[in-house]
Write a protein that binds this ligand. Sequence first.
Ligand code: NAP
Length: 473
Amino acid sequence: MNSDSVAMTDLSEKMHKPETVCIFGTGDFGCSLGLRLLQSGYNVVYGSRGPKNSLLLPKGSNVMTHAEAACEARVVFVAVQREHYGFLSSLASDLEGKVLVDVSNNLRRGLYPESNAEYLSRLVPGATVVKAFNIISAWALQSGGLDANRQVLLCGDCSNAKQQLMDIAQSLGFTAVDRGSLRAAADLEDLPLQLFPLWRLPLNIAICLTAFIFFYTLTRDVIYERVTNGKDIAFRIMVSLANKAFPIVSLVMLSFCYLPGALAGFLQLYNGTKYRRFPDWLDRWMLCRKQLGLLALAFGFLHVLYTLVIPIRYYVRYRINVYTISLVKDNKTYEFDNMAAWRYDSYYSMGILGFGLFVLLGITSLSSVSNSLNWREFRFVQSKLGYITLLLCTAHTFLYGWDRFLKPSSYRWWMPPAYMLSLVVPCVVLILKLILITPCVDSKVTRIRQGWERQGKTSANGRDTKTNQPLMA
Ligand code: NAP
């Protein structure tokens, strides 16, 4: 064999020799990670306090002392709780030049002054620390990322070390996302402690709105009837009242999706620049528009279901029978009202079209669908079709109420019908939008959004935009 072919054989052996990965800790996470690594073609060695007692490790892995295991691999996962990191400082020489992967999480925020990864980096200064895999559960590792989050967020100060981790994450079936330097570790450690952070505000709004509308209609419809006429119509709570509250919540929440955008437009006009931060409350509101919209869609869906059962309700069938019999008894005919036919057909048509577009908005807000749209397509659906949906649903509500607001009997205890309340926010949003799309305002907003700034206004950094000098108090 000549020297060239020996070199080739060495290279191909190197290329095909599985890489060895070391894991410190033989607990839940260490075991699941080791199993997944073995299944993906890696060699796995465990570093443990008691190598002889570790019996439940995945088949094919080796277990030894921490120092021995560290010598076997370039990458060492520290699958140990942060409180026990102390032993690592005594291994500093064995870990010199290694990539140390911090997978740890904390029980609550602010438990330690620095992130676990930065603490690890301080304990073992000769190693390169990368924070990764902490948002993946032991269960997700075992199921290969199919049943849970498929993203591995990572951060670190060395791009080579991060690349090694990205390669490992990819071969394990995950998508690696680089979140920057090790300073971002604290944010990554906070992530698993959050419980649906973007859903909290929309859910609270939905609960408060539903409760308010429900008690409003309960007072106006059921309690009023009981107090003034002595009639017990409490059975209406189950379907009628629910079917009054759900569409109102749906419409108001849909308009809440578009209100912050309109307010932001006016704020930019007022500031004369887009380079000034919106107030925090507006920022938070803008961030949860998708969740507001999806909840609004859920309420709209409930409204559709409740509406579908109306014809089979006992109360409705009873009322129709009584009315028909009374017509027969009195020998009267039920005159066809052309206007009513127009009104009801238009009312249903607006509702169906509005709901159809609403479903389309919901589908396009799903990441898998929105990822396949370009920015213009996404904006067209979410903004243009969104406003059309709001317009159709508002028209649907107007047609429902028709001229009822003119009748004094509609105002019980001075309380207007609930549908009238539901029209306030959508009408405000539509009027604001109408102002924003008038050519003179629209051209100004467009210029501001393209970077134009009104002269003499303070920019984001508190400087005069004309002179670029700091403004004196
Ligand atoms: P665990 O089941 O309690 O296992 C921790 C392992 O650490 C033990 O099995 C032990 O291994 C080792 N250990 C315990 N005390 C030690 C000490 N005083 N000195 C040195 N080593 C010690 O915990 P885990 O659930 O696997 O979690 C491990 C790490 O992964 C944690 O930082 C956790 O935040 C993180 N994590 C876990 C999950 C999860 O789903 N479980 C998800 C994401 C991140 P030996 O006996 O072999 O030494």
